[in-house]
Design a protein around this ligand. Structure first.
Ligand code: HEM
Length: 487
């Protein structure tokens, strides 16, 4: 086993800016940087050889940053949750136990909840949350998914331009909000949604990492303001729900009622953080998955035509119900293939709790490890011609464990995977039966990567009545999407 203070191979520090230069490059284009590192150094590659880089871990001592991809690495990470810890998405900006300043208190709940707990505490939170997202319970959210999609489609006018990314965010937000609180929060929800979106962007700004000071004008100051705003709005929504009477079929009602065998319930703080997490993790991810699926279909007329035939044959212009879904294998194939090629959550972070052997190296405690779902899904040994969009491949394959992980795996598998799959099927089926989307000609499709993968600047399309003119969809595309998908 290779042993040294930080044994993973990687490049030297940037010639001018030193290690900060490598971090800057990473923040600018995480997937590009990781791809080049894996190509040069293999499936375990350091951001900088010798380590001493620190960009995610909230713990003070970080020996270095290492990236991983591939099934064996994934197996190790997700089957040993007590060795590979997870922290709040705010990462370095909110060290655990930092309660000193009241102004920073809102940070405690941002991207926290289940994300911020490990070991027995994580198991306890999941046990309390699972009933709200249990399979039978999810079926109860289907009418909300159908109604909200219908409402959106009724607003779309043929032959007009729309940003389909913004539409998908609006739709998934409305769905998760009604599923969580039992009613739409209207303006409040939109405010929370925008604040969340902006805060994710601010988190990944280089100045937030390098100048984490709470001074007006600095992005870190803005980040705290946004976290406070979200905190306040969420508290109001929860209080409103309590005042109306907590019981109900919605997720919040379930969380308020949830207790373990000993009768213990979520504390007020835990509840707030987990409701916030369900809201944030539960809409942008699904919106991205839908946006990318619609984008990929718009560029692949044969796949779109085949899917339309399947939907038309089984649904006759209506929304799918639960019994009809098994008769739509290509719909599922399109969703699987989109999330393989362009996973909505392209990488997941961990911090090594104790020294551990990883791929023949002794990985020191405190190392921050970023596992790339994106690069695993693009390995040619797992998926022949990995850059090609081929929904049909899913009719004949069943990936082995850890080969296909858009929802992660193991004890931290996405708790909303069943909800998201149902939602994506309903929304895609309803959109495609009614409309055909043409990408605006000349638009550049570039990736924007924070904790999620989205098209930079949205995805403008012309909405057409569903006229089955499949060949009129594809556009000559520019942008780094061409590195990710064979077009
Ligand atoms: C296509 C849609 C979605 C994708 C691709 C996705 C992906 C993921 C991934 C990769 C993780 C694991 C993160 C990690 O291991 O670090 C995760 C966790 C999580 N997701 Fe999702 N997600 C989606 C939709 C949803 C929905 C709809 C909800 C809730 C309604 C949700 C709630 C959560 C929660 C609470 C966790 C934390 C689980 C834990 O730490 O135990 N997600 N998701």
């Amino acid at each position: 086993m290779k042993q040294s203070a930080f044994p993973f191979p990687g490049p030297r520090p940037n010639r001018i800016l030193g290690r900060s230069g490598n971090i800057l490059q990473l923040l600018r284009d995480p997937l590009g940087v990781m791809g080049r590192l894996f190509e040069s150094y293999g499936p375990l590659a350091a951001l900088v050889a010798g380590g001493r880089t620190h960009f995610y871990s909230p713990l003070p001592d970080c020996p270095g940053t290492v990236f991983a991809c591939g099934t064996e690495q994934m197996r190790q990470v997700v089957t040993q949750p007590d060795l590979f810890h997870h922290y709040a998405a705010s990462g370095r900006l909110y060290p655990p136990g930092d309660d000193v300043s009241p102004r920073r208190r809102a940070l405690k709940h941002w991207g926290a909840g289940l994300f911020a707990v490990n070991g027995e505490e994580h198991r306890r939170h999941r046990r309390l949350m699972l009933p709200a997202l249990h399979k039978q319970r999810i079926a109860g959210y289907l009418p909300v998914m159908v109604e909200e999609t219908q409402r959106m489609l009724d607003r779309w006018r043929p032959d007009t331009r729309r940003d389909v990314q913004a539409d998908m965010v609006g739709l998934t937000m409305a769905i998760v909000l009604r599923s969580l609180f039992g009613a739409g929060g209207g303006e409040t929800a939109r405010r929370i949604g925008h604040a969340l979106e902006e805060s994710l962007q601010v988190l990944f700004k280089p100045a937030t990492t390098f100048l984490p000071f709470d001074l007006p004008g600095l992005p870190y100051h803005r980040f705290i303001n946004l976290a406070e705003e979200i905190d306040g709005e969420m508290r109001r929504l929860i209080a409103q729900k309590r005042a109306e009477g907590a019981a109900g079929e919605d997720m919040l009602g379930m969380l308020l009622a949830a207790h373990d065998e000993g009768g213990a319930r979520f504390t007020e703080e835990e509840l707030l953080a987990n409701v916030m997490l369900l809201f944030s993790a539960g809409h942008e991810t699904t919106a991205n998955a839908l946006t990318w699926a619609l984008f990929l279909l718009s560029q692949h007329p044969a796949a779109l035509a085949a899917l339309f035939d399947e939907l038309d044959g089984a649904l006759h212009d209506g929304a799918p119900d639960l019994e009809q879904l098994p008769a739509l294998p290509l719909l599922e194939g399109v969703i699987h293939e989109s999330m393989r090629l362009l996973p909505p959550v392209p990488w997941i972070p961990r911090v090594v709790a104790r020294p551990v052997e990883l791929g023949g190296y002794l990985c020191p405690a405190g190392t921050e490890l970023l596992f790339s779902i994106y690069h695993t899904h693009h390995l040619p040994e797992l998926y022949p011609e990995p850059q090609r969009f081929e929904p049909q491949r899913w009719l004949g394959i069943r990936p082995a464990p850890y080969e296909y992980v858009p929802f992660s795996a193991g004890s931290r598998t996405c708790i909303g995977a069943g909800f998201a799959m149902l939602e994506m099927k309903v929304v895609l089926a309803m959109i495609l039966q009614r409309f055909r989307l043409e990408l605006v000609p000349g638009w550049r499709v570039d990736r924007s990567v924070t904790a999620t993968l989205t098209p930079k600047g949205g995805l403008p399309v012309i909405v057409r009545e569903q006229d089955r003119q499949w060949g009129r969809g594809p556009a000559a595309l520019r942008g780094n999407i061409r590195e990710m998908v064979a077009l």
